[in-house]
Design a protein around this ligand. Structure first.
Ligand SMILES: [Zn+2]
Length: 161
């Protein structure tokens, strides 16, 4: 994805108040981020560990989404974004307030995500024997495509599309 500045991130939020967006953007650590290896950019505010943010490119426009989780233990289940069958630990149910008026009325969408939004790394792992050792590059390219389309679909749900 294209590199983001703190200002880009603050302006990208679709389901946060100005104050929430500023707080979330200020918690993002941008030093040394390998943007070329990321399809989505996510982080958790260390001062508020139940609030996680993710920026998803939709038609090349960064869309920031504020997510909330609970203190329940992570589940052993599949992440809805990267769909990795190996990295099934550390997946949590997150809720995102919808953008605009529906969100202000308390409507949310829920999804299972890697707690640390490490999905971009999971789709870049080498395939195991069952997954097709013959064509690792094709395997990785397909999985990056899956992450892109799942992430974009999720962002559009939050936008109310
Ligand atoms: Zn994931």
């Amino acid at each position: 994805m294209h590199p983001l500045t703190s200002d880009d991130i603050r302006a990208s939020f679709i389901n946060a108040s100005k104050r929430e967006a500023a707080l979330a953007a200020s918690a993002a650590r941008l030093d040394g981020v390998a943007w070329e290896r990321l399809d989505i950019f996510g982080w958790t505010d260390p001062k508020n560990p139940l609030v996680t943010s993710v920026v998803i490119p939709v038609d090349d426009v960064p869309v920031g989404i504020l997510l909330r989780t609970s203190t329940t233990k992570p589940k052993k289940t599949m992440c809805a974004l990267c769909e990795d069958i190996i990295a099934v630990d550390n997946v949590r149910l997150f809720a995102a307030r919808l953008a605009g008026a529906p969100g202000r009325q308390g409507n949310t969408v829920g999804t299972l995500l890697h707690t640390d939004l490490s999905c971009s790394a999971h789709v870049r792992r080498a395939p195991n024997t069952m997954e097709g050792k013959a064509d690792p590059e094709g395997f990785i390219a397909r999985r990056i495509g899956v992450l892109h389309s799942n992430a974009e679909r999720f962002a559009r749900r939050v936008m109310g599309e």
